[in-house]
Design a protein around this ligand. Structure first.
Ligand code: ADP
Ligand code: MG
Length: 696
C-alpha cells in the first residue's frame, strides 16, 4: 500500500474503529498527523549488553540465544506463564512472560534475539520479566533510540511508534517550507531529515539537528505572525489623533511628583496617542511602581481631547478601587468618571450604559464585563487593561475591534508580572514596551521572613504591635472554606492543614485578637460585601484583613505595613511577590511574613529566594526555572499558538535567531505576497488557526 500524508489512519494495519477513536483523542486522524506528533522524550536502546555485563538499573538491551523451547504453563485460570532460558558466552538469563501465551511460539530454540527489559539478580541467577524482544538483525524497536510519545488510554507507545514508522516513508514528500536562504543562514537541516530524525534519530547529533530545525521553524512562524501583526498596525490602521496638552496641567492634579520613569512612560503614551496611529503599548512595572498614574494621564488626555476611554480591571475589587481614586483625581479637572461592573443592578448598568452611549461619561472603569456585555460607546478612543499579564493577543484584537470600523482605539496594557524580557518579546511581540524601572521615593524595602509554625505566637504579637502603632495588616490564606475536596484529596489537604479563610478569621477574632477589628475578603463573597470589606479596610475601620488571594492584584492601602501569608509554599514566587506588593506602598517600614510547614528543601529555598530579593524580574526568572513556563504559558491565556517542540523559556538563542529571520523576511516582503513566500504564509495561518480574530 502506498501511504500518503492524507491516508486515514484506519487504512493502516492494526487500526480499527476503536483504536482510531482513541488516536483521535491525541489529534491523530491521518498519516501526516503522526509525522507532526513529536515524541516527548527518547529512550536510548542502542547499547546491547552481554548477560553478565548488563547493569541492574534501568532497562537495557541484551543479545542472547534461546537455549531451549519456551515452556507454557497455566498457573490458574487467567494466569498463563511462559518461561524460557536464553544464553550467551557470559552466562544464562531466565525469562518469564505473564499472560503472553504467543511467546511460546514466537521464540524458537537456537535463534538469536535482542531482549529489552530490566535485569534482576538473585544470587548468581539473572532474570527478566516481560521483556520486549525482536529477532537479532530484524530489529525495529531495539538497538536504536526509541521515541517516547504522549499517550492516552488504550494506545501504547509501541503502537504509536510502529504506526509512525509506517508513516515515515511519506516524510519524503514533505515540502520544504522554509525559504532556502534562511535554512542556509541559520544552518538548519532539511525538512525530511528533521522529521525522520525527530521520531527515529540515527544518533544524538542527528536528533539535535532535527530538533533545532523544527523548533526554529515553530518559532519562526510565530515570529512572522506576530511581526506581521505589528507591521500591519504600523502601516495600516488609522488611530484617533489625540492632541497633546501641557503635562503640568495634569501634574497639578497629583499629590506627588512623578518619578523620572513614570514621566518618561507618560510621554511615550502621549506620543503614541498623538501620532494618528493606534497605540499598542505595554507598560511593565514592578508592584508599587505607580502604573495607575500612566493610565490616569492617558484617560485625562483622551477626555480632554473630546474622546472616551475605558479602563478594565481583572477584579471588581480593583475596579472599585480605581474608580474611587481616579474619580477623585480627575473630576476636579472636569473629567466624568463612571463605573461599570457585573455586580451593578440592571438599572444602574442601564444608566451607565446610556451615559456612555450619549458621551456623558468620559472615562469608564470596569471589569471585563465591560467588553463582554456589548457596551456601545459614543467615541471610544482608549482602552486600558490593568494588571493583565495574561491579556492575550486575541483579546487585544477583539477589543481593538470596538473602536469602530475605520479607526482602532489606543490600547494600553499594564502588567505587574515582570516577564523575563525575552518572553515579553514573544507574548507582546506586537506591542511596544515601556518599563517603569523605578519605585517612588521614600519606600523602604519590605523586610521578608520565612518562619515555621512555632513562631506563630510571636507573629500574632507582631500584628498587635503594628496595629498599636496605627498600621494595618493582611493575613492571606489559600482557600475559602474548609473544603479540602475542592483543592486536594482529603488526606493530603488535612495533612497540609490549609488555613481556610472563614474558619480562620472566626478563630482569630475570638481567640487571638478579640480586641482588634478584623475584616474578611474572599472571592466567594457577593460583590457588595467585597466592596464593603475593601473600603472598610482602606479607610481603617478594620485593622486586619483576613483574605484569599483576591487582594493579589492591584489593591492599594498605603497604611498597611504587614502581610502574613499562610501556607506560603503553596504559592508561586511571582504570586508571593505580588501579594507582598500589597505592603510597602506608603512611607512606613513594611514586613512580609511567609509561614510554611513544608519539609521540602526545595520549597524552603524558593521562599528564601523571595526573602532575599525584591527584584520582580529576578523572581520571575527563578519561578521560570523552578516551575517551568507553565505559569506564563500553561493555560494559553496569552492567546498564542501552542508550541510543540520549541520551549519558549529554554530556547532563547533560537528564539532571537527566529525573530531576526522573521524581521528580514518581512522587510523584503511585508505582505508575504511573493509566490515563494506562500508556504510561509500558509504555515503562519495554520499556526494561528486556533487563535481567531487575529488574521481576519
Ligand atoms: P502599581 O504600579 O502597583 O499599580 P500604583 O499605581 O497602585 O502602583 O501606585 C502605588 C502607590 O504609590 C499608590 O499609593 C500611589 O498613589 C503611589 N505613587 C505612585 N506614584 C508615586 C510617586 N511618583 N510618588 C509618590 N507616590 C506615588
Ligand atoms: Mg496597579
Amino acid at each position: 500500500m502506498s501511504v500518503t500524508q492524507d491516508t486515514p489512519l484506519t487504512d493502516l494495519p492494526g487500526v480499527g474503529e476503536a483504536r482510531a477513536k482513541k488516536l483521535e483523542k491525541l489529534g491523530l486522524t491521518a498519516v501526516g498527523d503522526l509525522l507532526a506528533y513529536y515524541p516527548r522524550d527518547y529512550e536510548d536502546r542502542r547499547k546491547v549488553y552481554a548477560i553478565k555485563e548488563a547493569p541492574l538499573e534501568g532497562r537495557v538491551c541484551i543479545a542472547a540465544m534461546a537455549a531451549e523451547h519456551p515452556r507454557l504453563s497455566r498457573i490458574r485460570k487467567g494466569l498463563e506463564l511462559v518461561q524460557v532460558k536464553v544464553a550467551d558466552h557470559t552466562g544464562a538469563l531466565h525469562l518469564t512472560f505473564f499472560n503472553q501465551g504467543y511467546v511460546e511460539r514466537a521464540i524458537r530454540a537456537g535463534e538469536e534475539y535482542i531482549f529489552y527489559g530490566t535485569v534482576e539478580e538473585q544470587g548468581r541467577r539473572r532474570s527478566m520479566v516481560n521483556p520486549i524482544f525482536e529477532r537479532l538483525g530484524k530489529q525495529s524497536f531495539t538497538g536504536c533510540i526509541m521515541p517516547v510519545y504522549r499517550l492516552t488510554a488504550g494506545i501504547s507507545n509501541h503502537l504509536l511508534a510502529s504506526l509512525t514508522r509506517q508513516a515515515l516513508p511519506c516524510a519524503g514528500g514533505l515540502p520544504e517550507t522554509l525559504p532556502p536562504y534562511i535554512r542556509q543562514d541559520h544552518r538548519l537541516a532539511a525538512a525530511e531529515f528533521s522529521v525522520r530524525n525527530i521520531h527515529f534519530p540515527e544518533d544524538e547529533e542527528a536528533l539535535a539537528l532535527a530538533r533545532r530545525r523544527l523548533a526554529f521553524e515553530e518559532l519562526f512562524y510565530l515570529a512572522v505572525g506576530l511581526s506581521y501583526l505589528k507591521t500591519r498596525r504600523d502601516k495600516g490602521e488609522a488611530g484617533f489623533a489625540i492632541p497633546p496638552r501641557p503635562k503640568e496641567e495634569f501634574l497639578s492634579l497629583l499629590p506627588f511628583a512623578p518619578t523620572r520613569a513614570q514621566s518618561r512612560v507618560m510621554d511615550e503614551a502621549a506620543g503614541d496617542m498623538a501620532s494618528g496611529k493606534p497605540m499598542n503599548r505595554l507598560v511593565q512595572g514592578d508592584v508599587g511602581s505607580g502604573k495607575t498614574v500612566v493610565a490616569a494621564y492617558a484617560g485625562w488626555l483622551c477626555a480632554k481631547g473630546g474622546y472616551q476611554g475605558a479602563l478594565m480591571a481583572p477584579t471588581e475589587v480593583l475596579a472599585e478601587q480605581h474608580y474611587k481614586s481616579l474619580s477623585a483625581l480627575l473630576s476636579p479637572a472636569g473629567v466624568q468618571v463612571g463605573l461599570l461592573t457585573g455586580s451593578l443592578t440592571a438599572a444602574e448598568k442601564k444608566k451607565t450604559q446610556a451615559a456612555l452611549a450619549a458621551g456623558e461619561i468620559d472615562f469608564v472603569i470596569g471589569t471585563h464585563a465591560l467588553i463582554a456585555e456589548r457596551v456601545a460607546f459614543h467615541r471610544l478612543a482608549l482602552i486600558v487593561a490593568d494588571e493583565q499579564h495574561r491579556f492575550g493577543v486575541a483579546q487585544r484584537a477583539a477589543l481593538a475591534a470596538k473602536g469602530g470600523k475605520d479607526t482602532a482605539p489606543h490600547v494600553l496594557v499594564m502588567s505587574a508580572t515582570p516577564i523575563p524580557r525575552t518572553l515579553a518579546l514573544i507574548i507582546y511581540g506586537d506591542l511596544d514596551v515601556s518599563v517603569i524601572d523605578q519605585l517612588p521615593p521614600g519606600r523602604t524595602p519590605i523586610a521578608t521572613y520565612v518562619v515555621r509554625e512555632d513562631k506563630r505566637q510571636r507573629m500574632y504579637q507582631f500584628v498587635r504591635q503594628q496595629t498599636a502603632q496605627g498600621r494595618q495588616a493582611y493575613i492571606i490564606c489559600p482557600a475559602v472554606e474548609e473544603n479540602p475536596d475542592a483543592a486536594l484529596p482529603g488526606e493530603e489537604a488535612a495533612a497540609l492543614n490549609l488555613k481556610a479563610v472563614k474558619t480562620y478569621a472566626d478563630k482569630l477574632q475570638k481567640e487571638v485578637f478579640p480586641d482588634l477589628r478584623l475584616g474578611i475578603l474572599h472571592g466567594k463573597m457577593k460583590p457588595r460585601e467585597k466592596e464593603e470589606a475593601m473600603s472598610a479596610f482602606a479607610s481603617g475601620r478594620t485593622q486586619v484583613l483576613v483574605a484569599t488571594t483576591v487582594v493579589e492584584v492591584g489593591v492599594d492601602v498605603p497604611n498597611a505595613s504587614l502581610i502574613i501569608i499562610e501556607n506560603a509554599d503553596r504559592f508561586g514566587l511571582s504570586q508571593l511577590h505580588q501579594l507582598r506588593g500589597r505592603v510597602g506602598r506608603g512611607e512606613h517600614p513594611s514586613h512580609c511574613v511567609l509561614i510554611t510547614g513544608t519539609r521540602s528543601l526545595e520549597a524552603m529555598e524558593r521562599l528564601h529566594t523571595l526573602a532575599s530579593t525584591t527584584d520582580g524580574f529576578k523572581i520571575s526568572e527563578e519561578d521560570l526555572k523552578a516551575r517551568g513556563p507553565g505559569d506564563f504559558f500553561g493555560n494559553r491565556q496569552h492567546g498564542l499558538p501552542q508550541m510543540k517542540l520549541a520551549d519558549l523559556a529554554g530556547d532563547m538563542r533560537l528564539l532571537s535567531e527566529a525573530q531576526e529571520a522573521a524581521r528580514q523576511l518581512l522587510e523584503q516582503d511585508p505582505q508575504l505576497t511573493a509566490p515563494e513566500n506562500r508556504p510561509v504564509w500558509e504555515r503562519v495561518c495554520r499556526l494561528f488557526a486556533d487563535t481567531p480574530d487575529i488574521f481576519n
